[in-house]
Ligand binder design. Structure first.
Ligand code: 5AD
Ligand code: SF4
Length: 458
């Protein structure tokens, strides 16, 4: 057994890929002799796993570092040391600048170096000044991370299958922070999925910045598509549900669309960003698709799986966007009808082509467009949730709810579903009937379990 090195606390910002990375960092730290703790006040090592996608996300890191500085000082007075590390995309993008803006930081580590975390932390103890590791190594970090531990897990897990992006949308920092596209080999992914399943996982969401551009090698070295990877994973008997995110419209291949109609384990939910409705703006964004192409794609996907719930990302106020052009975005939203959506004001990111464009849109205009857009999106989400009332779903129960006796799970369409039931149902697929819908979740009655005696009495 490794001797305990102390306690770690990881705070995660940003997307699901960071959630996955934080989990893997936690596992690497466990192997290096750390145990986790729930508060930074009790931690010998604090890691902020950061996001750089929009300015607000990046700024949050610095305010968090301000708070951590106070905690570090308070702990010092008690004779306790605190190592502070900044990981993730802010680390990658800002590197040394973090150390000059926040000298409280001991270590800056980019997303490609997490397998070296244990060693890097040890070095912070002996070297003066902060340590920086933001290289893009040739080596596959996944191979060097410890295998997924078989300890108890939530029933739904993320699994990163692809990282980086070669699309270079002009507004986006991802190609700079996460580097070029890389797909993990099929066998490595299947093996990780088997370990997750063994630990009690029955739903896996495959992650990638451009997940449907996946083209990892199989055992013979031949590239396989995301559809082929999903098919291979669907063969794992105990794995009941599969999802994937985030997709680019250009990479929605015919075999992937067809799979939505053929493969029962593939859930009827798809996150497919369209960003803007005007063809001129789409071209300026370098999205390489038109509004009509997006709409035709939606039709084809709905042809394969009529009940699919569509989700999207939308940016308002991209440089040069006129009221007319924004109206095109609203039209697409009204035509497609999304079950869910994320919408953002355009935020200039250092080093991206769009940040250097002349005609930046004033903040008030962005705010007013976002308000209009979000009002429509909210109505659509509510309408979709309402349309589920009276239907019967299979829900994967994930955790206890806030109220005693309540459980929370996910519908096939990724909505949160609350139902009263015994805690022993957590981790199981349960038949429910939806009895009411709110803007962000559904209420349900359990209608059937393998052992109906376990339903909690009212
Ligand atoms: N400003 C606003 N939103 C952005 N996104 C990415 N970059 C920016 C930016 N500079 C949004 C896109 C993307 C989602 C993850 O974040 O909609 O799909
Ligand atoms: Fe960013 Fe575009 Fe790549 Fe998505 S496809 S990560 S928005 S550059």
């Amino acid at each position: 057994m490794t001797k305990s090195k102390g306690k770690h606390f990881i705070k995660t910002f940003g997307c699901q890929m960071n959630v996955y990375d934080s989990e893997r960092m936690g596992e690497a730290l466990a192997e290096a002799g750390y145990v986790s703790t729930d508060t930074p006040e009790t931690a010998d090592l604090v890691i902020l796993n950061t996001c750089h996608i929009r300015e607000k996300a990046a700024e949050k890191v610095y305010s968090e570092l301000g708070r951590l500085k106070q905690i570090k000082i308070a702990r010092e007075e008690l004779g306790q040391g605190t190592t502070i590390a900044v990981a993730g995309c802010v680390a990658q993008a800002e590197g040394r600048e973090i150390l000059s803006r926040a000298p409280v930081v001991d270590l800056v580590v980019g997303p490609q170096s997490y397998h070296r975390l244990g060693d890097l932390i040890t070095r912070t103890g002996s070297e003066r000044g902060g340590i920086i590791d933001i290289d893009f190594p040739e080596d596959d970090k996944f191979k060097h991370l410890p295998v997924r531990t078989a300890g108890a897990r939530a029933p739904s897990a993320f699994l990163t299958v692809q990282e980086g992006c070669d699309k270079f949308c002009t507004f986006c920092v991802v190609p700079y922070t996460r580097g070029v596209e890389y797909s993990r080999p099929v066998d490595e992914i299947v093996e990780e999925a088997l370990r997750l399943v063994k630990a009690g996982v029955s739903e896996i969401t495959l992650l990638g910045q451009n997940v449907n551009a996946y083209h990892g090698d199989d055992a013979s070295g031949a590239p396989r598509s995301l559809a082929e990877l999903l098919r291979a994973l669907a063969e794992i008997p105990e794995l009941q549900r599969l999802r994937y995110t985030t997709s680019h419209p250009r990479d929605m291949s015919d075999d992937l669309i067809a799979l939505h109609g053929d493969e029962e384990k593939l859930m009827p939910y798809l996150h497919l960003p369209f960003q803007a409705g005007s063809d001129r703006i789409l071209a300026a964004m370098n999205r390489k698709h038109t509004r009509a192409e997006y709409q035709q794609l939606v039709q084809r996907i709905r042809g394969a799986r009529p009940d699919i719930a569509l989700s999207t990302d939308i940016i308002v106020g991209f440089p040069g966007e006129t009221d007319e052009e924004f109206a095109r975005t609203m039209e697409v939203v009204k035509e497609v009808e999304f079950a869910q959506a994320y919408s953002f004001k355009y935020s200039p990111r250092p080093g991206t082509p769009a940040s250097a464009m002349d005609d930046q849109v004033p903040e008030e205009v962005k705010s007013s467009r976002l308000q209009q857009l979000q009002a429509v999106l909210k109505t659509q989400q509510e309408a979709f949730n309402q349309s589920c009332v009276g239907r019967k779903f299979s829900v994967l129960m994930e955790r206890p709810g806030r109220r005693a006796g309540q459980l929370v799970g996910r519908s096939p369409y990724l909505q949160a579903v609350h139902a009263d039931g015994d805690q022993s149902l957590i981790g199981r697929m349960i038949e429910v009937e939806i009895i009411s819908a709110g803007p962000n979740s559904l209420e349900a009655d359990i209608v059937e379990t393998a052992n109906s005696a376990v339903i909690a009495a009212e």
